[in-house]
Design a protein around this ligand. Structure first.
Ligand code: GLC
Length: 740
């Protein structure tokens, strides 16, 4: 069909019709059938009763293909200009098939596998008629008190850039052409939402511009450099100005410096919150400020709908700003082909992978996301031994994490079922053992979410423990499946105490008295504080929230069919007082001499070492890899001829496996003090038993650049210490090279 002329369409639209394109409303406003339903929510939202819902531009989180088709059909029948609705949803890391949470995915350091899973998600969602996903979440996070760390890629700038690229290419397809089977991606939350003061969600963010550009911007920029179609503003203020009303952030940085001319949507009701932030007096001013900042879509408030026409009539807003916003929304609809096919995906579903093929695609990632934190040799399990599988996560299906509401629970595999493939009934016993929490009311669900005790039933803890002790008594090895409730991580889930819940800690201590070897599988959406329980376990496998098929991978790892290769993409603190803690810290003029040297006048704590419990980049496996003999093909170089750094990796075992080889760089002397080390490249290296290989990294000048306090982005002559390792806290294998 001929390409629609958007300018001429714009000319035909009234101001009211234009404003409608900038409004996003949830299902209850469009539900096919009774028009009375549209008045109820209208008033509740504060929309005037004569708001014409059939002018609306997009729909939020409609939950299934049938409803999308019904709503689109009813909408077009009543839309004067036949401008189709955009359907957008939080398909963050899974539609029907749910991947491990993003924080787990990044532990794979397998960005191709991450991209393949994003493609799978896009195909499932395309067939359901979705057009835009509010993903990837690209907020860098160095504070595990903040519950949304589960949706992030973790603490590292390099990982963030690779993760962003993989997700955009997976969602949007080749060159972001949005071909069939693909979705428009919406990066979020712009910007710096992952750095709230005190680790409390929605909290203020206060940071230097040098840190903004060096640490927080790169992942967002990588997504835009790969063609990301949409951006979502964040709830937080940045240095006192809310992102949604921040001209510097949205006009100067996003639209000018990053050259983004796509759609900018607010987070949920964020425009209305400008009044609460106290930067505008009322919603009239909020609408004006947001429009002047280049915001295009108002998610789920009546602020644009109720005020833009008045602003223009009062000459408080230039209509050009309205037209530019409407054109960006129409252009996205055009790019998605909606004018010629408003039922994109619904009419001709793209040929999806079979369930088996999907399972393989997901397992190819899920086998690399769990991280083996401890193993005294008890893993892999001897399948001739009697195993007592105990814990509230052992039989749990749908361990999806908070942001996967479309996930098909019945498709998911629980750990017990997965283990039954390897153990006969007489070798595998089970007991729930404990509640996760004894009280769910503090999760903050409003009473209208239904009866909390029905949503989260609490059983008799004493009975659970008694049964578990009896089962464990008759076993050789205890495997504990423990961790967080899914609602303890995610949005509005900040915590000051990251230890495992009290009932689960009690169970661990009671079982430990049986003096049987114990293995822990820990399910969580964030790094938990494990210092007080680590000693009880012979092995710890951290599996995050593993998604639909993650427990298949966990069972394979437990019995040794899969050699674990996950590496932490986020530091695990030893003590809450160390938070925020991450590996790429800045130097002190008085560094500690060594972690166990209590020399007073050095940068240390009196009551805890500086070292984390488990560092970034750490993860065990069943092989025995050694990385040695680092070399550079040149030790002095210029900007246009950078060296190749190589090292030897050896598998000193008879077990084949994969090592995530990591290249760290420290800028020894620069015009501002640089981090003690920064990850600049990784390679997953597959090794046969007893094999030795050379691994090479070609340095790029980008690896040596940084922002100084004048925000100049450049490299500076001088020496660099380059290490190749398998963990951020072991950088001995290093060379010193010099940029002339
Ligand atoms: C939520 C989240 C955001 C999500 C949006 C739509 O509050 O902050 O990540 O995409 O609202 O549900």
């Amino acid at each position: 069909m001929e390409k629609i002329n958007l300018q001429s369409l714009l000319k035909q639209m009234s101001i009211e019709e234009k404003v409608g394109q900038l409004v996003q409303l949830p299902t209850e406003f469009f539900k096919a059938g009774e028009t009375t339903e549209t008045t109820g929510p209208l008033e509740k939202l504060g929309l005037s009763k004569d708001y014409n819902v059939f002018n609306t531009g997009s729909a939020l989180n409609v939950t299934n293909a049938k409803l999308i088709k019904e709503i689109q059909s009813n909408f077009l029948a009543n839309s004067k200009h036949k401008i189709p609705l955009l359907f957008m949803a939080d398909i963050i890391y899974g539609n029907k098939t749910v991947m491990p949470i993003p924080l787990a995915q990044s532990c794979s350091f397998d960005f191709e596998a991450i991209k393949d899973c994003a493609s799978l998600i896009a195909a499932e969602s395309y067939n359901d008629g979705y057009h835009v996903t509010f993903s990837p979440m690209l907020d860098i996070v160095r504070d595990p008190r903040w519950g949304r760390v589960m949706e992030s890629f973790g603490e590292d700038v390099y990982v963030g850039k690779q993760f962003a690229k993989a997700m955009i290419q997976g969602f949007q397809g080749e060159n972001s052409k949005l071909s069939s089977g693909h979705l428009a991606a919406c990066l979020k939350h712009f910007a710096c939402y992952g750095a709230p003061l005190a680790g409390r969600d929605y909290g203020a963010v206060d940071l230097s511009l040098q840190q903004f550009y060096e640490v927080h911007l790169p992942a967002y920029k990588a997504a835009l450099d790969n063609g990301c179609k949409m951006v979502m503003t964040s709830f937080n203020t940045i240095n006192g100005v809310p992102a949604t009303g921040n001209k510097w952030l949205n006009r100067k940085v996003l639209r000018k410096e990053l050259n983004f001319d796509g759609v900018l949507i607010t987070d949920y009701a964020a425009i209305k919150e400008l009044v609460v932030h106290g930067v505008v007096a009322d919603e009239y001013e909020a609408a004006k400020l947001a429009m002047e900042c280049g915001v295009d879509i108002d998610m789920k408030t009546a602020v644009f709908a109720n005020n833009i026409e008045k602003l223009i009539a009062n000459e408080d807003l230039n209509i050009d700003l309205l037209d530019e916003a409407v054109l960006r929304v129409l252009r996205l609809k055009e790019e998605l082909g909606l004018f010629s096919n408003p039922y994109r995906g619904l009419e001709k579903p793209v040929s999806e992978q079979s369930v088996e093929d999907k399972k393989e695609t997901v397992l190819n990632l899920a086998r690399k996301t769990s991280v083996l934190l401890k193993n005294n040799g008890i893993l892999p399990l001897d399948t001739k031994k009697k195993i007592a599988l105990i814990g509230p996560h052992a039989e749990l299906k749908g361990q999806f994490g908070m942001w996967a509401f479309l996930g098909e629970r019945e498709l998911s595999v629980d750990l017990k079922s997965a283990l039954e493939k390897y153990f006969t009934a007489d070798k595998l016993s089970y007991a729930e053992g404990s509640n996760i929490l004894l009280d769910y009311s503090n999760l903050g669900f409003s009473t209208n979410a239904g009866d909390i005790s029905k949503l989260f039933p609490v059983k008799n803890q004493e009975d659970l423990e008694k049964e578990a002790l009896a089962v464990a008594q008759n076993s050789d090895i205890i495997v504990l499946a423990i961790g967080e409730s899914m609602m303890e991580s995610g949005e509005a889930a900040s915590k000051t105490d990251l230890r495992l819940s009290q009932p689960q800690r009690n169970l661990i201590k009671k079982l430990a008295k049986l003096n049987k070897p114990m293995v822990a599988l820990i399910y969580a959406g964030r790094p938990l504080l494990l210092s007080d329980i680590e000693e009880y376990f012979a092995a710890i496998l951290y599996t995050w929230f593993p998604g639909t098929y993650g427990n298949i991978a966990n069972a394979e790892i437990l019995v040794g069919e899969c050699n674990p290769s996950g590496k932490l993409s986020m530091t695990f603190p030893k003590n809450m007082g160390q938070i925020p803690i991450h590996y790429a810290t800045y130097r002190s003029g008085r560094p500690i001499i060594a972690d166990d040297v209590a020399y007073r006048f050095t940068s240390r704590y009196l009551d805890c070492s500086n070292a984390p419990l488990y560092p970034f980049g750490y993860g065990l496996n069943y092989s025995n890899f050694e990385i040695t003999n680092i070399k550079s093909n040149k030790y002095e170089f210029t900007k246009d001829s950078l060296p190749i750094i190589s090292a030897t990796i050896t598998n000193n075992s008879d077990i084949e496996g994969c090592e995530v080889v990591q290249l760290y760089i420290k800028d020894d002397v620069a015009s501002i003090s640089r981090p003690i080390s920064e990850l600049k490249a990784t390679q997953r290296v597959q090794m046969a038993a007893w094999q030795s290989k050379t691994v090479e990294f070609k340095l790029e000048i980008e690896d040596l650049k940084f922002y100084n306090n004048e925000l100049d982005y450049n490299s500076e002559p001088g020496t660099f210490t380059v290490s190749i390792s398998n963990c951020s806290n072991d950088l001995e294998n290093h060379v010193i090279i010099k940029l002339l």
